[in-house]
Design a protein around this ligand. Sequence first.
Ligand code: ATP
Length: 322
Amino acid sequence: IKNIGVFTSGGDAPGMNAAIRAVVRAAMYYGIEVTGIRRGYDGMGKGDFFTMNRKSVSNIIQRGGTILKTARCDEFRTPEGRKAAYEHLVKNKVDALVAIGGDGTFTGAKVFGSEYDIPVVGLPGTIDNDLVGTDFTIGYDTAINTVVDAVDKIRDTAESHDRLFIVEVMGRDSGLIALRTGIATGAEAILIPESKTGLEGLLNRLEFGRKDKTSRIVIVAEGEDAGGAFEVGRLVQEKFPNYDTRISILGHIQRGGAPSCMDRVLASRVGAAAVEALRDGHRNEMIGLINGEIAYTPFEHAIKHHQGIDPNMIKLVEMLSM
Ligand code: ATP
């Protein structure tokens, strides 16, 4: 391996910069050149490349977002789009790739790796934490800390006004952000896509639960079945007009901000491990961290499976919010 191309793709996540930095610095350590590819597969197909050095990644470990920018790219889903990308890689003498993103990014990488003889490894960069093959994804820890900080602030005003707040957090297919932050903020209930009984449980609790509570927080994942925070809020208001109910959608603040220490260290470890994996002949694998050890998961497996919900954690929310 002489020249590694690195790019970020799909939704951005805090810690992607720390991962880029680790890839660049580890490659330099092993005497490998690095080519930065802007805007993911879109920039790859357009030849938006530049040579990176130690200095290109100075002073970025603490920054949110991604200095390489990210994009969604439909052309890469076509054989012509992938051919254009391959030609630009050959022209720029890039002979291996590190893809930082989520399962869509790895699906693209898998298809590309089966068509062209170029080793690709992936790093799990998504705030959702829904990938298998790693205990945590890069960005998840920062995102849940942002949510906890926001919900703590909402709790202050909820408590002062005796209000019930329905707070919507990110997670179109996964309730992992909602579940963990629900436990950490002492939420009365959580509604997530993986559990069908959330709404019923919430309504039951409001009807038969403790009446002396002065504030209530319900965390709703955007992809849960009842239809998001507005719909849940409408149902609650209809059934319980005596509750002073408010709705808050946290939105894109969850993606931004300085990465937490956990995310910086995770990104640094898997970033360096990706370079070593390519040197050792790995390809078509995601590099994650399981029980503190570097773990290699074939894209095939990482794409097909999703990190599930531990039912004990759901029970914990119910048990502790009584
Ligand atoms: P996040 O989880 O944050 O949304 P992601 O990596 O899953 O991140 P996607 O938008 O799903 O984000 O995928 C990123 C890009 O990967 C797509 O825009 C597309 O260019 C490429 N891609 C996804 N699926 C395929 C596929 N089947 N074939 C080729 N390319 C694909």
